[in-house]
Design a protein around this ligand. Structure first.
Ligand SMILES: Nc1ncnc2c1ncn2[C@@H]1O[C@H](COP(=O)(O)OP(=O)(O)OP(=O)(O)O)[C@@H](O)[C@H]1O
Ligand SMILES: [Mg+2]
Length: 183
């Protein structure tokens, strides 16, 4: 008799401001999951904008479209047994809600994690120099500064990264996945 095992996938969306820690946490989490034999894909905002969302800008409509495209890919992956880790700002509540509904419609687990680093801490980290450029008047429409950011209201997990190491933050996400029987 042969048995087939079907891995349970899930989407883990890491939402938060620029420099909040999404990419850092996503990479650590993905590494840990891979080392345990899980199939994992990281859909990072920056990479997606170079390919799947090439040509989109940062208007409300384009930011929404970007999130919907990423949500579609994540859901397809997760429905087929992959753990989709999504470090993407996703500034609008209605965008994230539509992604959640897409997952619900197919019965695919979806976890929203709020990487809730305060804007003051993010602007000190300023990994890409965006906050400095905004302050110098060389960039307009920075999420959380002069563009809207609607924080998640009912996330599966809120991370206060300013009091944690990246490993601790990633470990907290892992613990939620484990508690839900997804890893
Ligand atoms: N607990 C933590 N979790 C994640 N990152 C942390 C933490 N503590 C400090 N950091 C630092 O904060 C920075 C976060 O940068 P990162 O590129 O991950 O942000 P991001 O949210 O992906 O930003 P962006 O939206 O611009 O891509 C890194 O330099 C990281 O080392
Ligand atoms: Mg990033």
């Amino acid at each position: 008799m042969t048995t087939t095992s079907r891995a349970q996938g899930a989407t883990v969306w890491l939402a938060g401001l620029p420099s909040a820690g999404k990419t850092t946490i996503g990479r650590i989490l993905a590494g840990r999951l891979r080392s345990q034999g899980h199939r994992v894909e990281v859909l990072d905002g920056d990479e997606i904008r170079r390919f799947l969302s090439a040509g989109l800008g940062f208007s409300r409509a384009d930011r929404h479209t970007n999130a919907q495209r990423i949500g579609l890919v994540a859901e397809v992956l997760a429905r087929n047994g992959v753990l989709a880790v999504v470090p993407v700002i996703a500034p609008y509540a209605d965008s994230r809600e539509a992604v959640r509904k897409r997952h619900e419609a197919s019965g695919t687990p979806y976890l929203e994690v709020h990487v809730a680093t305060p804007v003051e801490v993010c602007s000190e980290r300023d990994v890409k120099g965006l906050y400095a450029r905004q302050a110098a008047g060389r960039l307009k429409g920075l999420t959380g500064v002069d563009d809207p950011y609607e924080p998640p209201v009912d996330p599966a997990l809120t991370l206060e990264t300013q009091g944690q190491t990246p490993e601790e933050s990633a470990g907290a996400v892992y613990a939620v996945l484990a508690a839900r029987g997804l890893v």
